[in-house]
Design a protein around this ligand. Structure first.
Ligand SMILES: CC(C)(COP(=O)(O)OP(=O)(O)OC[C@H]1O[C@@H](n2cnc3c(N)ncnc32)[C@H](O)[C@@H]1OP(=O)(O)O)[C@@H](O)C(=O)NCCC(=O)NCCS
Length: 122
């Protein structure tokens, strides 16, 4: 996961904390979530597919599997933020039922805006 994290985002985060949930296909893909069960919410912190495996439907299957499992665990609303320039991720989220719900202006260290998305579990 740390290698993929570095490849996709340039810097690897620390190992997941206790309140986090992680889906991992070793060496190929991962999705990392922060869960707030008391609020019925979870936030997608990161999702990445190894560059050699992108474009084959893996990101979509991984995200849908996470959404299904989080819904089974009783979480009702999922959130994420993404760079407004990240067209691939934004299309993926739209295809998986996420809807844009806000904007954080100048959110990233380089000044780029973050788009906020929400998914309501069925
Ligand atoms: C975003 C990411 C996870 C998508 O994974 P993937 O396995 O390539 O995605 P999939 O093949 O499942 O594609 C699912 C949908 O995403 C969209 N998509 C994927 N790659 C795309 C691209 N290069 N351009 C535009 N849309 C794209 C499409 O809508 C696609 O559905 P379609 O094939 O039916 O049109 C992957 O590109 C990645 O790891 N990017 C770097 C990390 C990142 O930016 N993560 C998101 C921010 S946390």
């Amino acid at each position: 996961m740390l290698r993929l994290d570095r490849t996709a985002f340039g810097v690897a985060w620390k190992a997941p904390a206790e309140h986090e949930a992680l889906w991992l296909i070793p060496e190929v893909a991962f999705a990392r979530w922060a869960c707030i069960p008391a609020a019925g919410e979870a936030e997608l912190l990161r999702i990445a597919v190894d560059p050699a495996h992108r474009g084959g439907g893996l990101g979509r299957r991984l995200l849908e599997a996470c959404q299904d499992e989080l819904a089974r665990r009783g979480l009702e609303t999922l959130y994420l933020e993404v760079r407004v320039s990240n067209a691939a991720a934004i299309r993926l989220y739209g295809a998986c039922g996420w809807r844009r719900c806000g904007l954080r202006s100048g959110y990233y260290p380089d000044g780029e805006d973050a788009a906020l998305f929400r998914h309501v579990c069925p």
